[in-house]
Design a protein around this ligand. Sequence first.
Ligand SMILES: Nc1nc2c(c(=O)[nH]1)N[C@H]1C(S)=C(S)[C@@H](COP(=O)(O)OP(=O)(O)OC[C@H]3O[C@@H](n4cnc5c(N)ncnc54)[C@H](O)[C@@H]3O)O[C@H]1N2
Ligand code: MOO
Length: 392
Amino acid sequence: MIAVKKALEIVKSKTTSLGEKTTKPVEKSNTYRLCEDVFSPINMPPFRQSAMDGYAINLHDNLTYKLIGEVKAGDTIAPTLKQGEAVRIFTGAPVPNTANAVIMQEKVTVNGNGLTIEAQPSLEHNIRPLGEQVKKGDLALKRGTKLTPAAIGYLSALGIKEVSVLKKPSIAILTTGNELIAPGQPLSHGKIYESNSSMLLSALYGLKFYDVSTHKIEDDYNNTFSKLKELIEQNDLVIITGGISVGDYDFVGTALKSLNVEQCFYKVKQKPGKPLFFGKKDNTSVFALPGNPAAALTCFYVYVYTALQRITGEQITELPRIKVKSLSEFKKQGDRAQFLKAIYQNDGVSILEGQSSAMLQTFAVSNALVYIPEDLFHVKINDFVEVILLPV
Ligand SMILES: Nc1nc2c(c(=O)[nH]1)N[C@H]1C(S)=C(S)[C@@H](COP(=O)(O)OP(=O)(O)OC[C@H]3O[C@@H](n4cnc5c(N)ncnc54)[C@H](O)[C@@H]3O)O[C@H]1N2
Ligand code: MOO
């Protein structure tokens, strides 16, 4: 059995960025990282643009101008202004080449064709210069930039429709157990509804991993072997739940061994999630999570999350951890490190009742896990504890 910290170090050292490229439509590239520099195909803005609703003028040394026309957003033909002339103009409209300032309408007096301004503006006042944001051919976004809604808007504004990004992993979830029935089917004695696949699938979707398939097998060695062989060959990450403990019908460990999956660790000194397995076959990472649902989800947030961040080339690979005052007292039994379901609010963290690894009802209302290291046995009210913030 290895310590939590050591297990996390091993996950980090054994996982690395996939380094494969793929092309995505820009609107579907949120959270992907650019794998190439993007150069702007246009000047942005592509023309001298009015920043205000008002009047574009061709300056002269007098405060009165003659109105000769109008330019609105989208107009492609521009009037020609002589010195001392003005046109009505609107925000976003192209400023005629013959105008050199825009005066907002609140600062003028209009009298028929005559326009009087309050004071002489500076040259190019209220005009967004051509290429102010980025010039044609210049670097728009660097390789490695994580695409956010703002970045997607920016690239779209440059007319870019597709981006070359780092591929995200293809992931398979495999649930094991004769007792598992799909929700919607009648429940006979001895059976339970299978819940780990929808739980892990939604956690992955929440983290923006969409290339995920789910599979289910019964407790049968040959099926376990052949299904795992197929999934490991076809995916970058395989997440198994159940069948990893020491029961006579727990076949996952032996099947992984026969498939020559390198065992990086098996069994961690923690509660829940003691029988956690992590292994590698070529470039595929394999996690066998305990079947107990709360143990499976805890291991997902602590270990699988970290592997996913490493595989996608992120610098920060663990969920945020903060030190917060405990609003509860907690006495630990045993000497394993513990991850306790908890609710974090501004004034502190409450450790909840009902910490069994078989139960999800406590987890369902939690937004944090309190980490109790191996050498901590008693948490008193107002003691500072380490809190892992869950992405919920
Ligand atoms: N003699 C020992 N027995 C057990 C030990 C041990 O050290 N010695 N460890 C216990 C611990 S701790 C855990 S955790 C479990 C893990 O066992 P497995 O990973 O082999 O999981 P299963 O036995 O297949 O299932 C455990 C539990 O979870 C339910 N389950 C499984 N899959 C799902 C699913 N997809 N959806 C919902 N629920 C699921 C399953 O029915 C069991 O109740 O081993 C202990 N035993
Ligand atoms: O380690 Mo198990 O996950 O406690 O139930």
